[in-house]
Design a protein around this ligand. Structure first.
Ligand SMILES: [Fe+2]
Ligand SMILES: [Fe+2]
Length: 137
């Protein structure tokens, strides 16, 4: 599956940085989780890994999003509300996956990987980078 291969090999790169060390460390942690989830799926241990990683992901969103939102507020970021809404939508999706995986729905794991890699490229490398861009000015 070529699609799987693409995000499986996702490595941190200097250009992913938002010029904030704490935030970068958290984004790196997310990337490691994405890779671990895909590795678990490749090894056929999808359900167990997904369940474990989803708990981690939920914990991650509860620490990362407030950190980022505090920073955006401090810098009076004009698109704060929209950014926060993206976070909230993501939390809803993660919680939805957690419920699905607990119910043993097999398609969920693959969907989760796709949603996470999409989140990383669109939100982290998109929205979060626009915030960093703004803060630099
Ligand atoms: Fe972020
Ligand atoms: Fe964000």
């Amino acid at each position: 599956m070529t699609m799987t291969h693409e995000w499986r090999s996702m490595q941190w790169s200097a250009e992913y940085s938002v010029n904030n060390h704490a935030i970068d460390l958290q984004h790196q942690r997310l990337l490691r989780m994405i890779n671990m989830i895909s590795d678990g799926m490749m090894s056929g241990d999808a359900r167990r890994v997904s369940e474990m990683m989803l708990s981690e992901l939920v914990a991650y969103t509860r620490s990362h999003f407030p950190t980022e939102e505090r920073l955006l507020k401090k810098h009076e970021y004009p698109d704060f509300a929209a950014h926060k809404q993206e976070h909230e939508r993501f939390v809803e999706r993660v919680l939805h996956f957690q419920r699905e995986v607990k119910l043993g729905r097999p398609a969920s794991s693959l969907n989760l990987s796709l949603v996470l890699s999409e989140w990383f490229t669109q939100h982290v490398l998109g929205s979060d980078h626009r915030c960093a861009e703004y803060q630099r000015k």
